[in-house]
Structure formats: C-alpha cells, structure tokens
Design a protein around this ligand. Structure first.
Ligand SMILES: [Fe+2]
Ligand SMILES: [Fe+2]
Length: 134
C-alpha cells in the first residue's frame, strides 16, 4: 500500500513521521474499522497531523506530538473483541500501542508516555505538555 499525501500537507510534518507509514506492520492498521466510519490508519494520520499543527502553534515539541499521535492506536487488534488480558479495550490498546511502538520504532520515553496516557490523561502527560511548552 502506498500512501499519497495531499499537497496541502506540510512537508515539515512529513519529515517528522515518514519512517512510520513506510513500515509494513504499521500499514496493517488500515484493515481495522475505527470509529465506525474510517480505518485506524487514517484516524491515526488525521490525529497526528492535527496534533502536529497544534503543537507547532503553541511552540511545543511538534515532532514528538506527531509521532506519538500517529502511533497512539498502533494496536493490531479488533476493538470489537475482548482483549486477551481481560481488560476493556480502552485500557488494553494504549499499552499494546506503546509496546508495539517501542519495539518497531524505538520511540522516546516522552512519546511512549503520551501513547500510554492518551485515553486517560494523567499528571505525567500533562507535565509532558508543560515541559514541552517551557
Ligand atoms: Fe485514537
Ligand atoms: Fe486510542
């Protein structure tokens, strides 16, 4: 599968994340329906770009924001099924996404923390944004 970005998408954004959609395992996210009307790959691309734009506007670490949000749902699991751990999907998928992201892309601790906390922002994730602002 090749991904073609609109010319409206900033090349500065693409430079931050281009290694991620080039990965075959990550592209498998396109096989999963997400939020009923899209797939998990497109959802992740959209969230990543909006996060990159927001972080850039506020002077935060836009590269980390773009990568963390692109990978926040990097979980090759059908969310309509019961997770193998017995947890709800809301608790299960951030951990799987973080684990997969570390394994495949060697993300930073800051990015890992953002992925882990994306469903339920914690004090540490708020601190991430605070630190990014300073
Ligand atoms: Fe998501
Ligand atoms: Fe999620």
């Amino acid at each position: 599968m090749d991904i073609h970005l609109s010319e409206e998408i900033s090349q500065d954004f693409y430079k931050e994340v281009k290694h991620i959609p080039a990965d075959g395992e990550f592209l498998k996210l396109s096989a999963f329906v997400h939020h009923q009307w899209t797939n998990r790959l497109m959802h992740s691309m959209n969230v990543s770009y909006l996060s990159w734009k927001m972080a850039k506007k506020f002077g935060w670490d836009e590269g980390a924001a773009a990568r963390a949000e692109l990978l926040h749902d990097f979980c090759l699991f059908d969310f309509s099924q019961k997770p193998p751990t017995g947890e709800t999907v809301a608790f299960y998928h951030p951990k799987e996404a973080a684990k997969n992201s570390v394994r495949v892309f060697q993300i930073s601790e800051k990015e890992r923390d953002a992925i882990l906390s994306h469903m339920f922002p914690s004090l540490s994730s708020i601190l991430f944004w605070e630190i990014a602002v300073l």
